[in-house]
Design a protein around this ligand. Structure first.
Ligand code: NAP
Length: 265
């Protein structure tokens, strides 16, 4: 990619897939990408929400199309790639954002829920990366894969997230190993570790926590953020745009922490 000094963040004309793009951090990323002139497949388990998201962005300049996908299904990666190629002609950027974070202490954890967390947050991300990278290699051009990890990839936030933290720790090391594997093809793989971000997903009941308990948890969490506020989806979206753009052309296998300084405490 060539970067002009005027706009090193130029991704206009690029074609992207954003998983879990219908709301929360994912929608924030889709918005920034479309605003920057990229075309985006919003790949979400909730088709109505994905379609509503695409509709909100109909004015462009980039295009947004919706598709239903459950990233934990074996053929999810291939289906997303197929859709992006059919709609836009190529896959240049994949953002693996879809994730779940049920809060259930390990001592109460059922194997099926543990499997589900790993299947969506880690295995789904890995096989979507495989499918996108295979397409990028076929295209013979460079590509970018960006994985939404978590500060929990580095340090546990609270009791109840053992499965989640195992999945997100896995995302960090998957990112590094896959970056090594696909570097010879010019495919860059990086991650972002968000801290506490206010989204639809963090605003309701989660796992065994009620909405009220969740509000309390978030309130306590906020006290520990040096910048004094929870993050917004756009705080993550702007850094995702950076990693997707030519400004990050010499970065791979890295994880950027975006947490208002939370891990400093
Ligand atoms: P969110 O508000 O719950 O949005 C996630 C989106 O992904 C939803 O549209 C959800 O659909 C969709 N989704 C869930 N399971 C899916 C699946 N199997 N296949 C496809 N789409 C699926 O979540 P968020 O807070 O924006 O979090 C996004 C990512 O950031 C996650 O990977 C999360 O772990 C990570 N993260 C978030 C925070 C935070 O504080 N928010 C902090 C660190 C990391 P439904 O709503 O229908 O399930």
């Amino acid at each position: 990619m060539t970067a002009t000094l005027k706009n090193p963040f130029d991704i206009s004309g690029k074609n992207a897939i954003v998983t879990g793009g219908a709301m929360g951090i994912g929608f924030g990323i889709v918005k920034r990408f479309v605003e920057a002139g990229a075309n985006v497949v919003i790949a979400d388990i909730d088709l109505n929400a994905a379609e509503a998201a695409a509709k909100k962005l109909a004015e462009g300049p980039g295009k947004a199309v919706a598709m239903r996908v459950d990233v934990s299904q074996e053929d999810a990666g291939d289906k997303m790639v197929e859709k992006c190629v059919k709609e836009f002609g190529s896959v240049d950027i994949l953002v693996n954002n879809a994730g779940i974070f049920p809060s259930v202490p390990m001592l109460e954890m059922e194997p099926a829920l543990f499997d589900k967390v790993i299947a969506i947050n880690l295995k789904g991300l890995a096989f979507a990366s495989k499918a996108a990278a295979a397409q990028m290699i076929k295209q013979g051009k460079e590509g970018k894969i960006i994985n939404i990890a978590s500060i929990d990839s580095l340090h546990p936030s609270m009791v109840g997230l053992a499965a989640y933290d195992a999945s997100k720790g896995g995302v960090l090391m998957f990112t590094k190993n896959f970056a090594l594997e696909v570097a010879p093809h010019g495919i860059l793989v990086n991650a972002i570790a968000p801290g506490g971000i206010t989204t639809e997903g963090t605003s309701g009941p989660i796992g065994s926590l009620t909405k009220e308990q969740m509000e309390q948890v978030l309130d306590q969490f906020k006290q520990l953020i040096p910048l004094g506020r929870m993050g917004e989806p756009d705080d993550i979206a702007k850094v995702t745009l950076f990693l997707a753009s030519p400004a990050a052309d010499y970065m791979t296998g890295e994880m950027i922490v975006v947490d208002g300084g939370r891990l400093l405490k």
